[in-house]
Design a protein around this ligand. Sequence first.
Ligand code: GLN
Length: 290
Amino acid sequence: MRTDAAPDVKDAAITADALLRASPLPALEARMLLMHVLGWRRTELITRGDQVLDAARVAAYRALEARRAGGEPVAQLVGAREFYGLTFEVTPDVLIPRPETELLVETALAAIEGMAHPRVLDLGTGSGAIAVAIASARPDARVWAVDRSVAALDVAARNAQHLLDAKRPGGPLTFAAASWYDTLDPSLRFEAIVSNPPYIASGDPHLDQGDLRFEPRGALTDEADGLTALRAIVAGAPAHLAPGGVLWMEHGYGQAEAVRALLAAQGFAEVRSEKDLAGIERISGGRIGA
Ligand code: GLN
């Protein structure tokens, strides 16, 4: 009797093409998982598609395929997600960066364009996607990133380490484990504050669907009306913004008007919202008087 785990006859001739053809997953997801297991680029999936794979790789792919079929997000299974042209490490401790959040990065970058060494604060940084994308696009910017989750800050710090030039003129990112503004030096003033806070209301059925089931709940919902974090961020911003500084926040579908009202009530000028590619008002912001 053989005691080693010998592949059966069928598995002995499994190719990448065959695995992809047989997959119950959407084709793009199957390809992402297989590329991860094999360490192949997309073009290799085509040029090497007829190559017979060893049994361990086949088993590893099938294990990921089963977990994906059970609902786990692709980004968590491969441990990474692209955002703003950069590949971020992703773990279950952080919100998976979303394409619509690139609008927040672009808008913040436009606001600090032409300023030398702007100071930028990212509240609730998670994976660090926003802070690192801004720091990457603006090597001279001095960037602070805050999150109350120490596990998230570990991921963000690794992303900053891997994705940013160690000799960037703005220096390394400054991380703080805190709730919003709590531990910031009160004399610090920022040219821009950005945030993608938890904004989903507690009863929202989306929390029980898709990838969101596997993401940190505290990054998604305030367990209330969805506006708790946005209120706290707006309320604290004037004391931490430099004259003429801007605050921009991502928010949910249908929250733009409420967020604009919060900004106006705190004395912000130039209050406006921007639509994402789906045509939904996705971010709102304003400028504090000079
Ligand atoms: N945009 C996310 C979603 O609706 C929520 C992210 C957040 O709460 N900041 O899936």
